[in-house]
Every structure is written in C-alpha cells, then in structure tokens.
Ligand binder design. Sequence first.
Ligand code: 6PG
Length: 237
Amino acid sequence: MIEIVADTEALARRAAELFAAAARRAVETGGRFRVALSGGGTPRRCYELLASAPFREQVPWTAVEIFWGDERCVAPDDPRSNARMAREALLKQVPLPSEQIHPMFSFGDPATAARDYEQLLGDFFGEKEPSFDLVLLGLGEDGHTASLFPGSPALEEKERWVRVTQRPEEEIFRLTLTLPLLNRATQVVFLVAGDSKTAILCQVLAEDEAVQPLPAQLIRPQPGELLWLVDRAAAGK
Ligand code: 6PG
C-alpha cells in the first residue's frame, strides 16, 4: 500500500501516528511492542514528534522494546550513529527503561557485534523466531534499505538475522538485519521524502521483473503488512 502525504512534516506526523497505533495494538494483544528503528535523516522528525505531545502520551513506553534495522560500526557518540540520532531525538525524552533499548553496535569487531546482536535477539524472542511488531525503513537513492546495498551478499542470506555489510565507497562497516528477519515483521513502513527520491521510488514501485530486484523491492513481509509512506515531493510522477 502507498500513502502520499503533503510534505515532510505531514510524513513525520503520519509515521508517529502509525508508530503509536502499532504500539498500542501490540501491547494490547501481546503485552510488549518490539520495534526496529530506521537510521538516516528522514525518521528524525518522526522521533521528535513521538517525544512530544500528543504522541508521547499515546505510547505505552514502559512496554516498548527498541531495536534497530541497521547501524554504522562507529562509537555511540559518533554523529553517524543511528542509535545516537534516536537517543537525541526520542529515547532520552521518554520514560523508556534503558534495558529496553538494544543498540546494535558500541565498539569492537563488527562480526562479533553481529553475532552478539543475534544472541540478543535469540535471548529476547526465546524459542520463537524473532519477529518485530513494526519495522521502520528508509530508501536510499540506490535502492538500498537498512544497510542492504545493491549487489551485497547479505541479500542472499537465508539463515542469519544480522550481517556485516559495507556501503560502497564508505570505509566503515555496518550491521544490518537480514531479509528473512525483516520480512517476518507484522508491519513494515517505509518513510520516503523529498524529490531526490522520486526516481528511485518510481523504479522500486515499478517492479520491473526484467532487472535485478533492488534491496528495497525484496522487503515483502508475509503475512505482515507493507506500507510506503511518501511525501508529494518523493511521489513526483
Ligand atoms: C542508514 C539507514 C538507511 C537510510 C537510507 C535513507 O543507516 O543510513 O538505515 O537505509 O534509511 O539511506 O536515508 P535518508 O532518510 O537520510 O534519506
């Protein structure tokens, strides 16, 4: 499903509404809300709105468990850290116990951090296969999502839940959840804003079988729900 909203502020507000609704639904049915946050710039305003009225009061924060869809392998206070952005924009402002915030990377070897995060997911979800109530994702201009980049071997991963990847021309490593885990989510919402995304969004939604699918096109939650939340600028054509 695609929902087009007027601009970036409307997108942030709608995303906050969806987050709050998903949180209430999950807590009512299962007592916890397990969400994987997106990094990048687009979600920041949504996180800021969630930390403010009226959304702050609409989310049962004490039952929320925060995970990430991906992370850059940098120090927690590095401006590139997705966890840092979420901490500044949201997590420091809401009554969420720190033991319910599960950052992907703090220091050390990326491969060890990937295995540690898989262990954390296994411990948290127990014998059930991990599945998130909500996954927020962004869309890169090359069609990447989370830190699954075009041509990455991580796109073929069928077993593991977390892989080490690298963005082309970027010297740092990244951690990303893999497609099997992302596609088990109850609800996946892409947040796409701005005219720089018009071309790639058009390509992603065109679903042209003739070409190699882009990472974002491989996000097909089953039986979960997929929503493309885009602003008018990104919707362009
Ligand atoms: C990251 C994100 C990445 C992001 C897209 C879009 O860690 O960078 O997970 O997948 O969502 O690159 O980024 P913008 O929202 O900044 O356009």
